[in-house]
Ligand binder design. Structure first.
Ligand SMILES: [Zn+2]
Length: 291
């Protein structure tokens, strides 16, 4: 056990993150263990860390779980509601388990009961070990990827980069990606470009890139998309030529207001020339998720 008991708290640990909304107090619930139950499975069902479950119960039932044992679970009522009521989810997204949520911010947060982006048609997961996210983010991502594949006419494969580790936390050189809400996606490339190579703006399929960004914007679930300012400029020029209205362009892009302007869903970030970085908003049932 750590000196301050943070790793194996004997009671629910106090929240140490700045929450966007004040979280409701935790409530205790008793789960009667059944054949096949594991700490991991129960953690996912109730949206809590399995090591916390173990710590809350070790005095009564030890570290192993037997059928018939009474397991104390300290739930966040809102998260528990979300875990029970699957909510509106269409298509493959309905198969994504509920209860995965963010703790803290993308820059210094964690992911609780994380869910993994499933394999699917039209995209590839480059790093499956770091393709975990919140229920809200992963469901929306799957819906958007499927919609893009069905309606864009793009025949290539989208390469998904890192999202988060199963339990969040720092990933290599990334500053964010810590709380299950960020994902890097290589932009659609022209036919013949190698599947696994990083792309630059020279390799982009501009029409498909536009449609991809539009699909993410329309999901209504995205907080910000990072994309190099010069690439934004090119996209805006092309969209104008295709008759996209100025109000819509202003809503979507930071260009031409300047790369530091507080405007548009798509914002400049260096190094995002051949890929976008999509950050999902906090889900409606994530009181511990912060910005
Ligand atoms: Zn990124």
């Amino acid at each position: 056990m750590s000196p301050r008991g943070r790793l194996h708290p004997s009671r629910p640990e106090p929240l140490r993150v700045r929450a966007r909304r004040l979280p409701p107090p935790r409530e205790r619930l008793i789960h009667i263990a059944r054949e096949g139950d594991t700490w991991d499975l129960l953690g996912r069902r109730y949206g809590v860390f399995d090591r916390h479950l173990q710590a809350w119960n070790k005095d009564q039932i030890g570290w192993t779980l037997e059928p018939g044992e009474r397991v104390s679970v300290w739930i966040e009522p809102m998260i528990h509601d979300a875990a029970r009521n699957e909510g509106p989810a269409a298509g493959r997204a309905a198969l994504i388990p509920a209860g995965a949520h963010s703790l803290g911010t993308p820059q210094s947060g964690r992911l609780v009961a994380g869910v993994q982006v499933p394999p699917g048609e039209g995209y590839e997961r480059r790093y499956p070990n770091s393709t975990w996210g919140t229920t809200f983010a992963v469901r929306h991502l799957v819906l958007t990827l499927d919609e893009f594949r069905q309606t864009s006419g793009y025949l290539g494969t989208l390469m998904l980069g890192s999202m988060s580790f199963r339990r969040g936390g720092r990933i290599g050189p990334h500053v964010s990606h810590q709380a299950g809400r960020d994902i890097d996606i290589r932009l659609p490339v022209r036919a013949g470009f190698p599947a696994s190579q990083p792309a630059t703006h020279k390799h982009l399929d501009w029409d498909a890139t536009w449609k991809l960004i539009l699909a993410f914007a329309r999901s209504g679930a995205v907080q910000v998309i990072f994309l190099d300012y010069a690439v934004q400029r090119e996209l805006v020029h092309r969209a104008r030529r295709n008759g996209v209205s100025e109000p819509q362009l202003r809503e979507l892009f930071q260009f031409p207001a300047g790369r530091h302007a507080n405007r548009g869903l798509v914002r400049h970030s260096p190094g995002h020339e051949g890929h976008i970085h999509v950050r999902y908003a906090c889900g409606p049932f994530e009181p511990t998720c912060g910005d």
